[in-house]
Design a protein around this ligand. Structure first.
Ligand code: ATP
Ligand code: MG
Length: 277
């Protein structure tokens, strides 16, 4: 068995455990933007330790949902819980210690003039002592292969480096959940795979990962759980392997399955899933 399918088998085994507690929950979450209702009564449980993908056609409400769950745009009070924190009532600083958010375009979140200062920013806001900042930023630079870029302006990094810096910045306050909005958008397969390896490492260290993506192959290969959104509602959610085994589920949300999945009939998919798991 190849290393790749072995990984998939393990992820599936974990993904199938039904006992995992929810680390992010939404209950009857309704979100409006400029008076229009975008999300209509969302109920969701994101299992702790999962890599959960959020998928859906353009305009389905994926970004709005992620930003509400992560408190980037505060949700209505009493509708979302991250651990035991309500992002509708908490300060940005409290929220950032529970959940890190990575925007689709990393440049949107850069605010400092050097990579070091970008990583240090969240710690300085918290009045973390300088020695501790140097230590934690140093660790993050090493982890993301940016040691030699500490004094470089974030805008001068390569695309892959910008992405790694944006992830590092979201993680510097050590949140238990990392949320990313289309982090592989516009990247080639090699760079997307590099990011997915990084997310798998984070997950192995106990971080719950929430990711918006249009890439259903990536979802099939890496996500333990999947949420399908359609027109501001949860169309389906559950272990990824179960959703792919349900005929027509992705298509009825306006999504096109990757070629392999489209070619296989559901019964054959079920047999393969069983053989793999
Ligand atoms: N600030 C806003 N004011 C009015 N409408 C908005 C606003 N933000 C989003 N919308 C609308 O809400 C719907 C959902 O938008 P959202 O960006 O959450 O979708 P998405 O699933 O992330 O789409 P995409 O795949 O294009 O990224 C869309 O119809 C969008 O036009
Ligand atoms: Mg979006």
């Amino acid at each position: 068995m190849s290393e790749r399918s072995e990984t998939k088998r393990i992820e599936r085994a974990e993904g199938e455990s039904k006992s995992a507690a929810a680390i992010v929950q939404a209950r009857n979450l309704t979100v409006k933007r400029s008076r229009a209702e975008i999300l209509h009564g969302i109920d969701l449980d994101i299992p702790a330790g999962s890599l959960t993908a959020v998928v859906g056609a353009n305009g389905a409400g994926k970004t709005t949902l992620m930003q509400a769950l992560a408190g980037v745009v505060p949700p209505p009070r009493g509708r979302v819980v991250i651990g035991d924190l309500d992002p509708g009532r908490a300060s940005p600083r409290e929220i950032a210690s529970r959940i890190g958010f990575v925007f689709q375009n990393p440049e949107h979140q850069f605010i400092a003039h050097t990579v070091f200062d970008e990583l240090a920013h969240g710690l300085r806001l918290r009045r973390v002592p300088d020695a501790e900042i140097a230590k934690r930023v140093g660790e993050m630079l090493r982890r993301f292969g940016l040691e030699h870029k500490a004094e470089v302006h974030p805008f001068l990094l390569s695309g892959g480096e910008k992405r790694r810096l944006s992830v590092g910045t979201a993680l510097i306050t050590r949140p238990g959940v990392l949320a990313l909005d289309e982090p592989t958008f516009g990247q080639d397969r090699a760079r997307a795979d590099e990011l997915l390896r990084l997310l798998a490492d984070l997950r192995a260290d106990g971080t719950t990962v929430l990711i918006v993506t249009h890439d259903l192959q990536l979802v099939a290969d890496h996500a333990t759980h999947t949420v399908i959104l359609a027109e501001g509602r949860v169309h389906a959610s559950g272990p990824t392997v179960e959703l792919f085994a349900t005929d027509g589920l992705f298509e009825s949300a306006g999504l096109r399955l990757p070629a392999l999945h489209r070619a296989l009939n559901p019964r054959l998919r079920g047999i393969l899933a069983e053989a793999a798991g």
